[in-house]
Design a protein around this ligand. Sequence first.
Ligand code: BES
Ligand code: ZN
Length: 484
Amino acid sequence: MQASDSAISANSPNASALPSTTALCDAVDREFAQSTKRLCDFLRIPSVSTDPAFDGETRRCAEWLVDALRALGFTAEAANTIGHPMVVAHHPGVGPDAASRPRVLYYGHYDVQPADPLELWTSPPFEPAIVDGPRGTRVVARGAVDDKGQVMGIVEALRAWHALAGGPPCPVTLMIEGEEESGSKSLEPFMHEAKARLAADVCVVSDTGMWDVTTPAITTRLRGLVYMEVTVHGPTRDLHSGMYGGAVPNPINVLAQILAGLHDDERRVTIPGFYDGVGELPASTKAQWESLGFSDSEFLGEIGLSAGFGERGRSTLERTWSRPTCDVNGIFGGYTGKGAKTVIAAHATAKVSFRLVSKQDPAKIARAFEEFVRSRLPVGCSASFESHGANAAIEVSESSRYLAAADAGLKAVFGKAPLLIGTGGSIPAVGSIQRILGMDSLLVGFGLDDDCVHSPNEKFELACYQNAIRSHACILREFAQLSR
Ligand code: BES
Ligand code: ZN
């Protein structure tokens, strides 16, 4: 990767006092072996937010991060919330110019998904392994890319600034949460309460992906998410399936039939009103996506598939970036042990999630799903519901001066401009930041499609980690040349 001074910085009167992009990248590279060691230390702490058995470790992880930021001159704390601690840190920026430069808020998360199924890992999930792969060396551990490696991309960039200039050139605040993977229930209450402390001019989020290992990307659309758990209740107790089978409603059969009815033959979702608010893509966006040269065979081949599957007449990119979907994420009930047990279970449960786009209303979709299920229950069955979150889709501006600055910073590192992309995933915090703090986020991420996020053997390519650090360092340099 090359490091060169970008066009913006060369022309800016504000740039002369700043370290050059080459100096920043060199500082990052000199420190990189240590940066990798620190990432491994961070990864060793099993901060699984959804499982109370890990609460102590999750707090320890927050405190680890606080210590790392204090060592870089930040005031930092692991603030108590109704859930896991929120790491908040602040640095006023170095030098007399800092106060007139944009205030930057960084968002990320230090919590991770559960590691199971454990037996599918090639090395223990919380003992980071540095191994060789086809693209060079990678670190394998739960949270490697989602999101600890990316959070460390920011922390280590701030370290480079600390080494070269005594601290960041702009006022910097970090808000790193510990509940992103489990519903972020503390995030909005915390943001309301800490609004003044979190005030900034731009928010940078590093929890998304690149286009490929040599091509950076800025994500401008995220899908929303409605996650529901439904339980169908039938007879008052489990029954002998010979004595009762065929004469009573079987909750598992009933649930299976309802779930099967969620899609039609065109693979569209059949819930009435589901597509309300879903717009067609502007022709220009469609053309831009077509020009990206996305390879179905690479995307699908890597997961052992030869053909895609989804709404008919749509490309894979359209299906994942711009169309709403419904997926059953888990289903259970009855006898699931070894061997056979002839039983009709009293209950059956499914976890069902919907990815949303455009203006779809999460609350309306949750209600419509409940109605869809209830209206299909036979006499004698009832259903209960639990919500595990509801967030609308998000689009961020593609034409802000901060995006132009990020573009320049990424160009300096990669030697080419980032692509503007969408993602099928969701980051609820981006919506909260828009609503509560009144700011668009700049989503600059360094993951790859084959990083196995949420799966066994999650990894982060060290090349991506190094470029993440360089990029955050150089993007901050570009921000420093903008006035507030
Ligand atoms: N980093 C992901 C979001 C993501 C995934 C972005 C893939 C780009 C590509 C984030 O940590 C995540 O997993 N989000 C959850 C949100 C949910 C738990 C509310 C998701 O998308 O399932
Ligand atoms: Zn995740």
